[in-house]
Design a protein around this ligand. Sequence first.
Ligand code: PPE
Length: 319
Amino acid sequence: MAFTEGMAHHDPTHKLLNEASHIWMNGEFVEWKNATIHILSHAVHYGSSIFEGIRAYNTAKGTAIFKLPEHTKRFFNSTKIYRMKIPYTQEEISNAIVETIKINNLKSCYIRPIAYRGYHSLGVDPSGCSLDVAIAVWEWGKYLGPEALEKGVAVRVSSWNRIAPNTMPATSKAGANYMNSQLIKMEALIDGYVEGIALDINGFVSEGSAENIFLVMDGKIITPPQGASILPGITRDSIITLAKEEGFEVKEQFIPREFLYIADEVFFTGTAAEVSPISSVDKIPVGNGKRGPITGILQRKFLDIVENGIDPHGWLMYI
Ligand code: PPE
């Protein structure tokens, strides 16, 4: 019996990739099926890859990428932490992303830039290995299921902690971090939940396997600080800005686990997950178990930008 049995059943997003036509690899477009690497590439053995997740939306005013400069910046920061040098400028990568969307003729898509240590020698020491870069795009639906944004998702607190600050840097979006995420996600799915919430090494709320988390308590919004082993989420940043503009108090603070059970509203943010309400934590309903009013307001604000192109901040880049 496969130890992953039951996951496909519970995971509403479990389906094959929607293949697009071309992938950008080291400056050239190759056909989707030919975008391969050698099995002895360093990244395959030691997790030495860095990636980004970006979305382009088919807004009412045309196709636009959400916060491209911020994602590109984080991509470069993530590599710098690991002493990796991307052999392109941020501008070249941004341009390549735009070109990749164009050549694939997609109106909306998920964008996956990845930098990885390539084929040279094996052994932990990566010196000598190339740093290869690829950019893929594909159509990706609602990450936590078709009804997640409206109805919310049932989550559990993971028995796995998030990576500790002195083990692997959470600020870097490294492929290797997602081994921890996979443990969190698989455990949740096998137990019938849609997602897991990891606590940090000190027992405070950290984040989901691939989402940041927010709580609403007595009209105030709180979210874990950078020190709680979170990825500095770009959607998280956007939601903090939007919430403050709406007049809400937003505090970044360490959050004890039990706040998840007594909060009026809890929601996830992420590029893939967007703004997704959490309906229950460990089977304890959040509020009345439905999307809360403040989550609703912030979700609407976010969707107004990416769907309707109402973009006073200039977060969209039309292509
Ligand atoms: N935390 C983690 C661990 C994380 O992976 C993401 C994004 C976030 C927070 C939210 O960050 P941001 O997208 O900048 O708002 N996760 C990406 C990968 C998902 C995947 O399954 O792959 C994403 O949402 O694109």
